[in-house]
Design a protein around this ligand. Structure first.
Ligand code: MTE
Length: 331
């Protein structure tokens, strides 16, 4: 992102290279059977999930199973990025600018109690607790590519539901055209917030129709478990056709507004990080190309770069959102 050292750029992650996919798929079948048994209940009792976590891998956090999503585009069969890479090679500037900082520093993040404020142009403003949010809609597993503007990508099995389900619930007014997402800025536990790398709190924004698109995910978990702190616990966005920085972590408020909100990265460097930030191999970042990417876990002597796809490969699903727009201008 803005602050880059040679160490940050294109550095292979530490940790185990591979989580055996077959193993994970076996486990997924178990989780799905269990989720189906929950007969449509959005959430099973914590005790049952804790028990399941004992038998599941990676087994680092409480289980959060989701039924495999039937939404077009919501599941790729590409090889998953290993859990250890997903959870140790992170961007979460509140915990430091180095890729390894969040896993080291974020473990002090307290996510209980947690609530999200709903503000601005909605008929039902207020505060939703994490428990209410977890129960708001059935959990789904979505396997999405996440591509960072820095040129690396991962394939991650997320757990959550479409942000649209929450938006429906709070009833936006006709004048609401955008949502601003505000994330936690707690100086006590987030060393990065004591510095001025970004204008805290980290904020992001989406046009309302982008936010309502069914692929826009409000994620509470990954790999069938609750999100680790470094990945944005207890809830974050995942917008798979946009660069990773649009996927705000540890959200504390949604503000429904009429005008395009500024975002943390846009404030830091407007010429480098536009509001839309759609993955687009044709539109280079001013300092580096976006034509190819390095898949995390495919490092080593014979690693090849992959071609980056327009809208990160989700063009069939989201292309119509941008019909008629000049994507070079609205980068
Ligand atoms: N959210 C917050 N609050 N703070 C951040 O620094 N970094 C963003 C995004 N969300 C960031 C954030 C960037 S630059 C990326 S690439 C993704 O989170 C990384 O998500 P991951 O660490 O789960 O891969």
């Amino acid at each position: 992102m803005l602050i880059r050292s040679d160490r940050d750029a294109f550095q292979p992650p530490r940790g185990n290279p591979v989580t055996p996919r077959a193993f994970y798929q076996g486990r997924r079948a178990l989780l799905q059977a269990w989720a189906a048994g929950a007969a449509g209940a959005a959430l099973a009792p914590w005790a049952a999930r804790e028990a399941l976590a004992q038998t599941a891998r990676p087994g680092k956090r409480a289980a959060l199973p989701g039924a495999r999503s039937a939404l077009p585009g919501a599941v790729t069969m590409e090889r998953l990025t290993a859990y250890d890479d997903v959870s140790s090679y992170n961007n979460f500037y509140e915990f430091g600018t180095d890729k390894g900082d969040p896993v080291r520093q974020a473990q002090r993040l307290r996510t209980d109690p947690w609530s999200v404020r709903i503000e601005g142009l909605v008929h039902k403003p207020g505060r939703l607790t994490l428990e209410e949010l977890l129960r708001l809609a059935p959990m789904e597993e979505r396997i999405y590519r996440l591509r960072c503007v820095e040129g690396w990508s991962m394939v991650i099995p997320w757990v959550g539901y479409s942000l649209g389900r929450l938006i429906e619930r709070v009833q936006p007014m006709g004048s609401a055209k955008y949502i601003e997402f505000v994330t936690l800025a707690d100086r006590e536990v987030m060393p990065g917030v004591r510095g001025s790398v970004l204008d805290w709190p980290y904020t992001e924004g989406l046009r309302l129709d982008e936010a309502q698109h069914p692929l826009t995910l409000l994620a509470f978990g990954l790999y069938g478990e609750l999100l680790p702190p470094q990945n944005g616990a207890p809830l974050r966005l995942v917008v798979p056709w946009k660069y990773g920085f649009k996927s705000a972590k540890s959200i504390v408020a949604l503000r429904f507004v009429e005008h395009e909100p500024r975002t943390a990265w846009n404030k830091a460097a407007a010429n480098e990080y536009g509001f839309y930030s759609n993955v687009n191999p044709e539109v280079d970042h001013p300092r580096w190309s976006q034509a190819t990417e390095r898949r995390i876990g495919e490092d080593g002597l014979f690693a090849r770069k992959r071609k980056t796809l327009l809208f990160n490969g989700y063009e069939a699903q989201v292309g119509q959102l941008y019909a008629g727009m000049d994507l070079r201008k609205h980068y």
